[in-house]
Write a protein that binds this ligand. Structure first.
Ligand SMILES: [Zn+2]
Length: 242
């Protein structure tokens, strides 16, 4: 019993001494230079838009197709969202193969450039636009979405630049010869900006681009081309003499 007591007291004394030494030697928060106290981002490639950045994003009430015509004609989806764990759509020109190499890639909506550089890996040159979409379900009245354009041949926008819907942001590429030319296009929810991955077991913060574009085309009927008038459909038929 006495031995146990002695051992306990020795242990407590040791802990007290270590604590006292640590207290004396450990730098105090106020003594540290400011740069050591300010939290640094873990990876400069990973960025969360600040509240100010979000609140000043261009409003994006309408989204259109980033390739081909604004309604998506002249382009097709070779590998849709969630097929073989894919997190985006692979958009191609209807000519197939590399026929769309160098075709213009357009901003799907008004937004600001949140990333524009060669991120390497399987991505190649990549542009991410951040958008503020009106959303009645949110307390702020809007929600942040991102559109992602990858494997580009070149980049025609700069980081931080505001772009209009339909503005050319780059050209369809092959990610430096890794693939047949196509546009990997994603729509991501929220303010976290990073290249991320193109394939995963869960959709993470991605949604189906095709469905999202369909839901947020926002084109009023009068903005669409009118259907051919019935009169125009009447073709004059010259009857052969019987
Ligand atoms: Zn892809």
């Amino acid at each position: 019993m006495l031995r146990f007591l002695r051992a306990t007291i020795t242990l407590l004394a040791a802990v007290a001494i270590v604590y006292a030494i640590w207290k004396r030697l450990a730098p105090r928060l106020e003594d540290l230079p400011a740069r050591a106290v300010t939290a640094k981002p873990l990876d400069p490639a990973f960025h969360r838009l600040t509240p100010r950045e979000m609140a000043t994003l261009p409003l994006a009430p309408r989204f259109d197709h980033p390739l081909g015509s604004e309604h998506g004609a002249l382009a097709y989806n070779a590998q849709p969202f969630r097929i073989t764990r894919h997190l985006g759509d692979d958009l191609n020109g209807i000519g197939g193969q590399d026929s769309d190499l160098g075709d213009p890639v357009y901003a799907a909506a008004a937004g600001r450039v949140a990333l524009a550089r060669d991120v390497g890996g399987g991505w190649g040159k990549m542009v991410i636009l951040a958008h503020r979409m009106p959303d009645a379900g949110e307390k702020s009245g809007w929600k942040v979405w991102q559109t992602v354009y990858a494997h580009l041949e070149n980049i025609q926008v700069r980081l931080g630049e505001s772009v209009e819907r339909g503005r050319q942001i780059g050209k369809v590429g092959t990610a430096d010869g890794r693939y047949l030319a196509h546009l990997h296009f994603e729509i991501r929810e929220g303010p976290y900006v990073n290249p991320g991955v193109g394939y995963a077991d869960t959709p993470m913060n991605r949604v189906s681009p095709e469905r999202f574009l369909f839901q947020h085309r926002g084109a009023e009927p009068e903005l669409l081309n009118p259907p051919p008038l019935p009169e125009a459909a009447e073709v004059e038929v010259t009857r052969l003499p019987e």
